[in-house]
Design a protein around this ligand. Structure first.
Ligand code: 1HN
Length: 344
C-alpha cells in the first residue's frame, strides 16, 4: 500500500487553521486507524501472578475499610492501554477483589455486565436479584447488566475472587452508570441448580422471558463435565462454554466464558482469532505461549492475549490443568467482526 503524506508535510499555518476550526486531515492517520490486513492492538500479552497480587490485596484490607472502598479491588491493568484506563483488553476489565470475614459490600446495580470467578476462601456469597449464590473455588457467578448484587461473608478467612466486566466497552459507549440500593431480601438460596444436563423446568414463571435464568455455575459440575468429556474422547481439545441453559447462547452478551482442560503432557494449539482473550488458571500448571512470549502460570494466575495472537496452552506436568477463558467473541459475532485464521 502507498505511503501517505504525513502531518509534517503540511504547512504549520494550515494545520493550525484546521485545529482552530476543529478539523483534522484524515490521510496522515489513515494507516493507523485502518492498518493493512490486521488490527494493531493496544492490548499487550501480559500475565499477573497471584503471589504478587495477594499480599498487596491483603494489605489493602488493612489500609482501607470496606465502607471506604465499597468494593476492595486491585485492577489487573494492561500497560498497553495505559494503567489509568483500567483495561485488560479493549473490552475486558479484570480485578481481584478481597472480602474479609463479616464484611459486606453493599447492594448496587449498574449497566456493565460482571462475572466473578472464585479464587480462594470459603463462605462468602453474592446475592443477585434476591438469589443468594454461595462462592466456592472455581465457581462462576453472573451479575448481568441491571441486576442488583451485593457480597457478604460468613466465614473466618479472607475470600478473593476475580471480577470480569465489560466495563471498558460500556464506558467507551458512554453507557456506564450505577445505582445504589438497600440490602436485598433473599428469595432463593441458589445452592441447587434448576437446570440439569438437557433438562429445563417447565414452570412458566421460570421459563418466562428471562435473559439470565442461571446465575451460578458451580466448578464441581464444570470440572465433572470436562473430566467426562476427556474420558469419552482421548484426543483433541476439551472445552465447555458457559451458556444460558434455556437458549444455548453465550451466558452474557458481550464477553464469552469457557473452561478448558489441558491433559497431562498435552499441548493445545489455538487458532488465531479476532477476539482478545483472558486466561485464568483454576487448577494445575500451564505454560502459556502467546506469539513469542512464554508465561509460566500456576493456580490463580491470570494472563491476556491480543487479537490474532498465536496461542499455545502447554501442560508439562503429570496432572491435568483447568483454565477459565474470557473472550470478546460474543460482541464481535453480533457485530459481524469475528474471524478465525489458520496458524502460521
Ligand atoms: C462492581 O460492581 C464490582 O459488584 C466489582 O463486586 C468490580 C468494577 C467496576 C465497576 C463495578 C462488584 C467493579 C464493579
Amino acid at each position: 500500500m502507498e505511503q501517505l503524506a504525513r502531518l509534517e508535510d503540511l504547512p504549520t499555518r494550515y494545520v493550525a487553521d484546521l485545529t482552530q476550526k476543529n478539523l483534522v486531515p484524515l490521510w496522515p492517520s489513515l494507516r493507523n486507524v485502518l492498518p493493512p490486513l490486521k488490527p494493531i492492538p493496544h492490548t499487550q500479552a501480559i500475565s499477573w501472578k497471584f503471589k504478587d497480587i495477594k499480599p498487596l490485596l491483603i494489605e489493602a484490607g488493612e489500609l482501607t475499610p470496606i465502607e471506604k472502598a465499597e468494593r476492595r479491588v486491585l485492577v489487573l491493568a494492561n500497560p498497553g492501554h495505559g494503567l489509568e484506563n483500567m483495561r485488560a483488553t479493549s473490552v475486558i476489565y479484570l480485578g481481584m477483589q478481597l472480602l474479609l470475614p463479616k464484611e459486606w459490600a453493599p447492594a448496587h446495580r449498574h449497566t456493565p455486565n460482571a462475572v466473578r470467578l472464585i479464587v480462594e476462601g470459603e463462605k462468602a456469597y453474592t446475592t443477585v436479584e434476591g438469589e443468594k449464590c454461595p462462592m466456592s473455588h472455581g465457581d462462576l457467578i453472573l451479575t448481568p447488566s441491571g441486576l442488583w448484587h451485593e457480597h457478604g461473608h460468613d466465614g473466618d478467612e479472607p475470600v478473593i475472587w476475580l471480577d470480569v466486566l465489560d466495563l471498558p466497552l460500556v464506558y467507551y459507549m458512554e453507557a456506564s452508570y450505577v445505582e445504589g440500593g438497600e440490602c436485598q431480601p433473599v428469595t432463593n438460596t441458589g445452592t441447587k441448580s434448576r437446570y440439569g444436563k438437557g433438562l429445563v423446568p417447565t414452570q412458566h414463571h421460570i421459563r418466562a422471558k428471562n435473559n439470565y435464568p442461571m446465575l451460578r455455575y458451580p466448578w464441581a459440575e464444570a470440572k465433572q463435565l470436562l473430566n467426562d468429556l476427556a474420558e469419552a474422547q482421548s484426543q483433541g481439545p476439551i472445552q465447555v462454554a458457559y451458556v444460558n441453559p434455556e437458549t444455548g447462547e453465550d451466558c452474557q452478551k458481550i464477553i464469552g466464558y469457557s473452561a478448558v482442560m489441558v491433559r497431562a503432557n498435552e499441548t493445545i494449539q489455538m487458532s488465531p482469532c479476532s477476539a482478545a482473550q483472558v486466561f485464568h488458571v483454576i487448577e494445575g500448571q500451564l505454560e502459556l505461549q502467546i506469539g513469542t512470549d512464554t508465561f509460566n502460570l500456576e493456580k490463580a494466575d491470570t494472563a491476556c492475549a491480543p487479537c490474532f495472537a498465536q496461542v499455545d496452552l502447554i501442560n508439562k506436568s503429570s496432572e491435568p490443568c483447568f483454565i477459565f477463558i474470557a473472550d470478546e467473541a460474543p460482541i464481535q459475532k453480533k457485530l459481524d467482526l469475528y474471524s478465525v485464521r489458520e496458524r502460521n
